[in-house]
Design a protein around this ligand. Sequence first.
Ligand code: ATP
Length: 422
Amino acid sequence: MKNNVAVKVSNVSKTFHLPTDNSTSLKRTIVNYFKGIKGYRDQKVLRGISFEVNQGDFFGIVGRNGSGKSTLLKIISQIYFPERGTVEVNGKLVSFIELGVGFNPELTGKENVYLNGAMLGFPEKEIDEMYGDIVAFAELEDFMHQKLKNYSSGMQVRLAFAVAIQAKSDILVLDEVLAVGDEAFQRKCNDYFLNAKRDKKTIILVTHDMDSVRKYCNRAILIDKGEIKVIGSPDEVANQYSLDNVTQKGSATVIEEVVTQNTPEPIEEVEERINNVQNQKENLSPVRDLKVRLLSKKLLEDSDRVVEFEISYNVLEDIPTYIAFSMVDIDRNVWIYNDNSYDFKTSKAGEKLFRYTCHLSELNKCKLKLNVAVRNDEDEPMIFSDTENSPVLIISPKANMTKSERIASSGVIKKNGQWTAK
Ligand SMILES: Nc1ncnc2c1ncn2[C@@H]1O[C@H](COP(=O)(O)OP(=O)(O)OP(=O)(O)O)[C@@H](O)[C@H]1O
């Protein structure tokens, strides 16, 4: 990649598999889940997107609702992974994509700033240095010790945006930031954008507001049905977008009416459906009260990646049971780590309590959800952990990565190989 290029997107495609079956039978749902059988239609959200953002560009991305803009930003920010194509990023990238990503409603404003900073890869010392500016920009001095769930949505936006812009990044990725917040906040954004444009900060902005595209951006693209329709000056892109809004009808997303089989369904959807069915049938199961309690920290920094948790459940009959659990990478939608207590199977009724410890030092960064099931002797799940008992762990990346480490950090496992020049 050329030195003056900040982000290079090459031939990126992304498809979401949407389930077509609404099975309500517990048995059918579970059998399908374990066999991986499901009916799908494919929604091709991005189709071969390529463009470059140069250092110092204020780069606009526009398109109608559902055209794929946010998905593209999530791929650039490594929240989603494309099934084809690559994204190369030259420098530290910070994104403000959607409210809630990286924020925890149960923590205070201050704790959230530190949690978010750590997820972005900033060491605590650097967050200490940024903290005052973040609070001042957000104008939330009196609220930093309150839990985020007690903030108004506008206050949450101000805090998240303040973290994104005060964090010392080379590239800033922003989704629809101007659509939220009150007039005072929008004025503040305006001042920030004009200064950033003058200082040649690299910014990628998704917006529906063509005045903003004309005012701030020096280059832009228009996405339509997952493809780039126009790439060029803000005026060209904004004019075509306005024209499309008047002349085009129907969806800006391409849904293929192809039904595929044996494609892994998004794990969260399966879990939710199984949970729903499970709740309805709860009274039939001889296993009850499954509780999962995280004993280690929720945020695991690179230096301390020990995970410890406790699982308890109650068996009403004398039947053999054992625990099986998965740690699911929420963004990539894959099982990263599975284990079970098969070698410690119990056979009698009564309260069961197990504690488990493992290390996740090989991982780069990810968000993991711990899903637990109790199985019987035939390996059939008798109960699943519900949302409250499926804790989320945040694996934060190594601080101060070298450029090579940063490029390689899109992999699940940390790089550990040796190069030999021959
Ligand atoms: N995680 C997901 N699972 C399934 N479908 C998804 C997922 N995320 C996005 N989509 C679908 O992909 C399409 C594009 O969504 P995306 O949010 O990228 O569009 P957008 O251009 O940002 O739209 P908007 O202007 O409304 O924000 C939509 O039809 C959406 O329903």
